[in-house]
Design a binder for this molecule. Structure first.
Ligand SMILES: Nc1ncnc2c1ncn2[C@@H]1O[C@H](COP(=O)(O)OP(=O)(O)OP(=O)(O)O)[C@@H](O)[C@H]1O
Length: 660
């Protein structure tokens, strides 16, 4: 490009437009003898070989970028030393070859131009014509010469310019050649580097491929390892499971072995037992027979015992009266006492010496005889020992009534209910204990017992249910169970089944509390009311086809002393009436009256089944030793003596035959 800028525009135009014409002109100029340019300054005309090289170089200088690239590519080919001729592509050789051929073709064209134009042949004899023709030719040649001279001048100028340009081009060419050589060296270096890089790259590529393959293999291995790991886990679980099963099987086997050994032993023992069993069975059969025989004997004995017991009771009397003297309490130590003497097991003597200044001067001495006397030293157990045959009678099927009679503070409640602790238990809790203890023996003899309990209070001839804690009490009337009138019941009265002594004690405590609450509401009511604990015993013996129902009435009577206030007068009226009615009933029974006035008071009416011929009655007359209560004590003892003098007819058992 640099070259182009140094050429004159016209030349450049020619060169760019028609390179062959320029070359022709140059060749033509080389034939002009006047101009003898230096051989080296005339490009491409000395010999073909040089021309070829030069023209190649010239052409190389004016190579297009594409050719240069092509050339570069040829040089950047792998390091194989090419032969000079074979490395040049055929196309390029052809192009290079066209340059000399164009140069060579220039003289031919000049020759053709100098040929005379073809016209009619001048005969040899026509010298004039030939001369004219020669003149014409001479003119033409002369003109041509002039023309050529002008052109020569013109071309000489161009040549000079071209020469300068050529020189500068040669210089440039040299520089470029050097540059090209440098570039070629660099290129070779780069090519070598490139080749080594390429090799490296190839190697790296192979390595990468290797690595890739290895990665792939590794991935495969990892995947297979993962699978193996999963398989391993599964197998481990299976192994653990199998191990466990193995252990348990081992244990089971061991246990089985032990069991087998035991089984052998047991089998031997079983055989032995079988033989023993056979012997035992024979023994049992024999024992059963003996047992049945014994049972019959026991039954007979029990019956006889019962008969005897009741015979004794009958002989003793169905109304029995005991006297109990309570000891003074610590708080009553300073109270003056009257004298009393226990003459024998059944007689008591009380004595009071009246002061000389009193209206009734002298000694007041009274002797009373009862079925038994309990001194202040007698324990609750001593008392119950005498009472228990009555409870036994209730278990034998008799109606029984046990009274505690006496003035307020004489020890009635203590005797019937008792104090705290088992030792202090009175007749009521001891009776229930005895009933439940005997129940076991009766069960063995085929008796099934049902115990029901109710607690009531009679105050001023009104019945109160002590198992009902409501202030508003329902009406309680004494009614007949059936038309025979042998059995009675109290309407709206709660009756609880008791399964144990504990059940009964719980109910007793509940009844006591209800009675105490009523007492606080109504001044000292507890002392002025009759308290009745009813125990109903229902027994059935399926084997013997017998059943009975008996009542055990345990009565804590109201204080028997006369009242001093108006209210007390009213209470005393009721109490005295009921006690006198009780006395009347007992006397009527004693004298075998056709009419027994049971219904004259609530108490006698209620106790009717337990006071009649078909019952047993025990009265405990409680007295204290206080001098001040001497007269009341005397009254109590007189009342008890009256009762004691009454001897009932032989008691009848409530036994009935049952057809199951
Ligand atoms: N045998 C006895 N041994 C010891 N203490 C007794 C005896 N008898 C009664 N007592 C005591 O005497 C006091 C009065 O007895 P208790 O309350 O039983 O008399 P009561 O006749 O029932 O009186 P009330 O008619 O007022 O109910 C009580 O504190 C009681 O513990």
């Amino acid at each position: 490009m640099h070259c182009k800028s140094n050429l004159p525009p016209r030349f450049l135009q020619n060169v760019q437009g028609h390179p062959s014409i320029v070359i022709n002109r140059v060749l033509k100029m080389s034939r002009i003898p006047k101009i003898t340019p230096a051989k080296e300054n005339r490009p491409g005309l000395s010999n073909t070989k040089t021309n070829n090289v030069r023209s190649t170089r010239t052409i190389g200088n004016s190579l297009s970028d594409a050719d240069k690239k092509c050339l570069l590519l040829n040089h950047t080919k792998p390091i194989v030393k090419p032969s000079t001729s074979s490395t040049v592509p055929a196309a390029r050789l052809k192009r290079a070859a066209t340059v000399p051929s164009a140069i060579n073709s220039a003289p031919k064209a000049a020759k053709i131009e100098r040929k005379p134009s073809a016209g009619p042949r001048i005969p040899a004899y026509d010298y004039k014509a030939r001369f004219n023709d020669l003149l014409e030719k001479h003119k033409a040649v002369k003109n041509e010469l002039t023309e050529l001279k002008d052109k020569h001048l013109e071309v000489s100028d161009d040549y000079e310019k071209f020469k300068d340009i050529s020189e500068s081009s040669v210089q440039e060419n040299k520089i470029l050649k050097e540059k090209l050589l440098n570039a070629m060296t660099e290129l070779r270096q780069i090519t070598s580097d490139y080749d080594s890089i390429k090799l490296d790259k190839e190697l790296q590529k192979r390595e990468i491929e290797d690595l890739h393959n290895k990665t792939k293999i590794l991935e495969d291995v990892t995947h297979s390892l993962k699978l193996k790991s999963t398989e391993f886990d599964r197998l481990k679980l299976e192994y653990d499971d199998l191990n466990r099963r193995h252990t348990s099987l081992k244990e089971e086997t061991e246990a089985l072995r032990v069991l087998t050994e035991q089984l052998k032993k047991v089998s031997a023992e079983h055989q032995q037992l079988k033989e023993d069993h056979k012997v035992a069975l024979e023994a049992i059969t024999k024992t059963k027979c003996d047992y049945e025989a014994l049972q019959n004997i026991i039954d007979t004995m029990y019956r006889d015992q019962r008969i005897l017991r009741n015979t004794v009771q009958d002989l003793k009397g169905n109304i029995r009266v005991y006297c109990r003297v309570r000891p003074p309490l610590e708080s009553e130590a300073n109270k003056p006492l009257y004298n009393f003497n226990v003459l024998d097991a059944c007689s008591i003597e009380i004595e009071k010496i009246e002061l000389l200044n009193s209206a009734r001067k002298g000694k007041s001495q009274h002797t009373f005889t009862f079925d038994g006397i309990f001194t202040p030293h007698s324990s609750q157990e001593d008392v119950f020992a005498e009472v228990s045959p009555m409870v036994q009678s209730a278990l034998d099927g008799y109606n029984v009534c046990i009274f505690a009679y006496g003035q307020t503070g004489s020890g009635k409640t203590y005797t019937m209910e008792g104090g705290c602790g088992v030792e202090q238990y009175g007749i009521i809790p001891r009776s229930i204990n005895m009933i439940f203890e005997c129940m076991q023996d009766l069960r063995r003899m085929g008796w099934e017992l049902t115990i029901r309990a109710s607690f009531l209070e009679i105050y001023n001839e009104v019945i109160y249910d002590l198992l009902n804690s409501n202030k508003e009490q329902e009406n309680h009337d004494i009614k007949m169970v059936n038309s025979k009138g042998s059995d009675l019941y109290v309407s709206n009265l709660r009756e609880e089944e008791v399964k144990s002594s504990h059940d009964f004690i719980r109910l007793l405590i509940f009844a006591q509390r209800n009675r105490q609450t009523a007492a606080t509401l109504n001044n000292e009511r507890s002392s002025r009311s009759h308290s009745v604990a009813q125990i109903k015993i229902s027994a059935i013996n399926e084997k013997r086809k017998e059943k009975f129902t008996s009542h055990l009435n345990l009565v804590d009577l109201a204080g028997s002393e006369s009242g001093k206030t108006t209210q007390r007068m009213d209470e005393t009226k009721h109490i005295n009436r009921s006690l006198s009615e009780l006395s009347k009933v007992i006397l009527s029974l004693q004298t075998n009256q056709s009419h027994i006035p049971y219904r004259n008071s609530k108490l006698t009416h209620l106790l009717m089944p337990s006071l009649g011929g078909n019952s047993k009655t025990l009265m405990l007359v409680n007295i204290n030793q206080f001098d001040v209560n001497f007269n009341e004590t005397l009254n109590s003892l007189r009342f008890a003596t009256n009762v004691n003098s009454c001897r009932m007819v032989k008691a009848k058992k409530n036994l009935t035959m049952v057809d199951f």
